[in-house]
Design a protein around this ligand. Structure first.
Ligand SMILES: NC(=O)c1ccc[n+]([C@@H]2O[C@H](COP(=O)([O-])OP(=O)(O)OC[C@H]3O[C@@H](n4cnc5c(N)ncnc54)[C@H](OP(=O)(O)O)[C@@H]3O)[C@@H](O)[C@H]2O)c1
Length: 347
């Protein structure tokens, strides 16, 4: 089968190429999925560069998600030809991927494979941050109802950011959502299309922390969703409310901090919570998938949620796709077409 491979050290997108690999064999409770679409994620770029290896014992092929048909099954949960999305720790950027039965999601009848390709990693991450990690839906920490709370979403136009903002506003009814982004066209998109209260272009509005304080009457936001890390840490601490929550899930702006980090955290009694999805257990992901299905996926149209695809690349253009992601130009997901959607006939 065709699969994405890396020429070490993988620093540049050009180090990606298509290799011929054995079709994976499946174990009990697994399915083999014939992949129609896959997608790319920031974690793939880090893995390509040797900074975020595949979990031990998992496929070394890139790709944390895939969409297609079950072509072989050793599972009582799934039948051949079922239309599925797969959440995998690796192996998604290939023609076939072996997936544990508990980490497959049925593609709803009304959803195309193309749109399903943009769901798994971004929407499950956003859902996890909102429903499982933060206290947004739990009313802990003396939290006000969602409609009265204030939020700051970094990388608002990213795959995860656009999903998170939509769930916050359309599913949970949040009214005060602020976001950051790095360009004027993203700022316009976030304010006019996604309806955030205000978006800040952090490259121009470097004092976005002060602007957030002004916009919240000097109180600060209740929750920051942070996938940037070091380069924003002081601004996050400055514009969080007392007892606020700092949900940390990525470090695109670095991992080393200098300064009075602990003092700021302590003074405001900030709750810092960190999470990853790739390294979670099969059962954790299963629970998350089931919760996501019932609370979001089954009501996707009812809530008026939208799948946001920035650009589609062929599997052979995987290097171009990484280059596009690294240029920070995308709004929403970058997806990868692996084979024709009429594959069902070929099983
Ligand atoms: N923990 C988890 O379980 C988990 C799971 C999935 C994803 N993630 C993380 O979620 C984040 C978003 O992922 P994605 O796939 O949705 O990303 P994406 O669509 O590629 O978007 C990422 C955006 O982040 C912004 N950005 C990049 N470098 C930045 C920096 N140094 N400072 C500030 N902003 C920067 C860029 O937009 P602008 O600069 O224009 O804003 C870029 O387009 C990543 O950090 C990823 O690692 C975490």
């Amino acid at each position: 089968m065709r699969a994405v491979a890396i020429r070490p050290p993988g620093l540049q997108p050009e180090s990606l190429y298509i290799n011929q690999r054995q079709i994976p064999s499946i174990k009990q409770n697994e399915c083999l999925v014939k992949v129609v679409y896959s997608a790319i994620n920031r974690a793939d770029i880090m893995q390509r560069k040797g900074l975020y290896p595949a979990p031990v014992g998992e496929s070394d092929i890139l790709g944390l998600e895939a969409v297609g048909y079950v072509s072989q099954t050793k599972s009582s949960l799934w039948q051949e030809k079922a239309r599925v999305m797969a959440l995998v720790p690796g192996g998604g950027n290939a023609e076939y991927v072996a997936v544990n039965e508990k980490n497959l999601i049925r593609v709803p009848d009304w959803m195309s494979f193309r749109n399903a390709a943009a769901i798994t990693e971004a929407w499950l991450t956003a859902f996890q941050l909102l429903f499982w990690i933060s206290s947004v839906t739990k009313r802990e920490l003396g939290r006000k109802p969602v409609e009265e709370s204030t939020f700051l979403v970094h990388a608002g136009a990213s795959g995860v950011g656009t999903s998170l903002i939509q769930i916050l506003k359309k599913v949970l009814g949040a009214k005060n959502v602020f976001a950051t982004c790095g360009s004027e066209y993203k700022k316009k998109y976030l304010e006019e299309s996604l309806g955030v209260s205000r978006a800040f272009n952090y490259k121009v509005e470097e004092n976005f922390n002060e602007l957030v304080m002004n916009a919240t009457g000097d109180r600060g936001v209740d929750v920051v969703f942070d996938c940037v890390g070091a380069s924003f840490w002081q601004k996050n601490a400055d514009c969080l409310a007392v007892d606020g929550e700092w949900i940390f899930y990525g470090a695109m702006g670095g991992v080393r901090v200098e300064g009075d980090f602990f003092s700021k955290i302590l003074r405001k009694r900030i709750h810092l919570k960190a999470t990853t999805l790739k390294t979670r257990s099969i059962d954790y992901k299963y629970g998350l998938i089931k919760d996501f299905e019932s609370k979001v996926l089954d009501k996707f149209n009812e809530y008026g949620l939208e799948v946001l695809i920035d650009k589609e690349f062929e599997l052979e253009q995987i290097g171009e796709a990484h280059k596009h992601m690294e240029s920070n130009a995308n709004i929403g997901k970058i997806i990868i077409k692996v084979s024709n959607p009429d594959t069902k006939q070929e099983l």
